[in-house]
Design a protein around this ligand. Structure first.
Ligand SMILES: Nc1ncnc2c1ncn2[C@@H]1O[C@H](COP(=O)(O)OP(=O)(O)OP(=O)(O)O)[C@@H](O)[C@H]1O
Ligand SMILES: [Mg+2]
Length: 278
C-alpha cells in the first residue's frame, strides 16, 4: 500500500525573466495517515512551496504528488478548486478573519462551502474559545484569532491539515496557547503538516521532521534523529542558529503574497458557487 501523502521527484521552478529559481529540486517523501510532520529550514528553503503544492494552491514543474492514492498533481483547475475546498484545511501565519463577523460567524462561513460541516460552536469549544464566540476579531488577541482560523480549517473535517508558520506573527506568550491547540489535534485520523520555527514544539509533538535546504531535503527522520543526532553540516548549522536567534530574525518573506492569492481564490470559489456574496 502506498503512503497517504506521496511526493515523488517533485520539481518546482520559477522563471523571472532570465533567472530560474529551483524552489524544489527533486523532492521525494512520504507521510503516513495520522502522522504529524514538521517541515523546518531557513528562509527560502522551499517549505511554503511544498505546502502550497500539497494544498492545491500551486502546481509543480515535474514529478508527482498523491494524496490517498489520488494524483493531485494531475488535477485540472476545477478539480483543484474542489480539492482545496473539501479535502484540505489550511492555516496561515496571518489569520485573515472577516473583521465585521464574530468568531462564530467566521467559522460558520466555512460551513457554507463544505459538504458535511461540523457544528461551529462545538469546533470553537475544541480550540478553547467557547466563551469568545460573540467577539469580533478586533476584540480577540492574536492567539485567539489564530485559534478561530484553526477552527475554520477544522470545519471541513479535512483529510489533511496544513499549517504555514501558524505562530510566527504572535508574541511569544500567545504562541504557547496556539501550539497547545495544534498539538491537541494530533490523532490517528488527522494527518498534519506544519512549517514552523518552534523547534521545541517540533521535537515534542512530531512523528517526522523534514529539513529543507536550498530546495532539497537535506535530512529527514524522527525528531530524535533530526534534533539529537543531526548528520549534515547544514542541519547542525541550522539548529545552532535557531537556538541563538529570536523568532523575528527567522521571519518569512512570502506570507503577504500567499494570503493575497488565497483570499482571491477563496472569493472566486465562493462566487462560483453563488453561496455567499461579499
Ligand atoms: N512566486 C514566486 N516567484 C518567484 N520565486 C518564488 C516564488 N515563490 C517562491 N519563490 C522562490 O522559491 C524559493 C522557495 O520559496 P518558499 O516560499 O517555499 O520558501 P520558504 O522555505 O517557505 O521560506 P520562508 O521561511 O521565508 O517562508 C525561494 O527562493 C523564493 O524566492
Ligand atoms: Mg514560507
Amino acid at each position: 500500500m502506498s503512503a497517504f501523502v506521496e511526493f515523488k521527484n517533485v520539481k518546482k521552478t520559477y522563471k523571472t525573466g532570465e533567472v530560474e529559481i529551483h524552489a524544489l529540486n527533486d523532492v521525494s517523501f512520504e507521510i503516513e495517515k495520522g502522522e504529524f510532520c514538521v517541515i523546518v529550514g531557513a528562509s527560502g528553503a522551499g517549505k511554503t512551496t511544498i505546502l502550497n503544492i500539497l494544498g492545491g494552491m500551486d502546481t509543480l514543474t515535474s514529478g508527482s504528488v498523491k494524496l490517498d492514492g489520488a494524483e493531485i498533481s494531475a488535477y485540472n483547475k476545477k478539480q483543484l478548486t474542489a480539492y482545496r475546498r473539501y479535502d484540505v484545511g489550511f492555516v496561515f501565519q496571518f489569520y485573515n478573519l472577516v473583521g465585521n463577523l464574530t468568531a462564530l460567524e467566521n467559522v460558520e462561513l466555512a460551513a457554507q462551502i463544505c459538504r458535511e460541516p461540523l457544528d461551529a460552536a462545538t469546533v470553537l469549544d475544541e480550540v478553547r474559545l467557547g466563551d469568545r464566540m460573540t467577539n469580533f476579531p478586533a476584540q480577540l488577541s492574536g492567539g485567539e484569532q489564530q485559534r478561530v482560523a484553526i477552527a475554520r480549517a477544522l470545519m471541513l473535517s479535512p483529510d489533511i491539515l496544513c499549517f504555514d508558520e501558524p505562530t510566527s506573527a504572535l508574541d511569544p506568550e500567545l504562541t504557547g496557547e496556539v501550539l497547545k491547540v495544534i498539538g491537541s489535534l494530533k490523532s490517528s485520523e488527522s494527518t498534519m503538516v506544519i512549517v514552523t520555527h518552534e523547534m521545541e514544539f517540533a521535537r515534542k509533538v512530531s512523528d517526522k521532521v523534514i529539513f529543507m535546504a536550498d530546495g532539497v531535503i537535506e535530512e529527514m527522520g524522527t525528531p530524535a534523529e533530526i534534533f539529537d543526532d543531526p548528520k549534515s553540516a547544514k542541519l547542525q548549522n541550522f539548529l545552532n542558529k535557531s537556538q541563538n536567534l529570536g523568532i523575528d530574525d527567522m521571519e518569512s518573506g512570502f506570507n503577504a503574497r500567499e494570503w493575497a492569492k488565497v483570499a482571491q481564490d477563496g472569493e472566486e470559489c465562493l462566487k462560483d458557487n453563488e453561496l455567499i456574496r461579499f
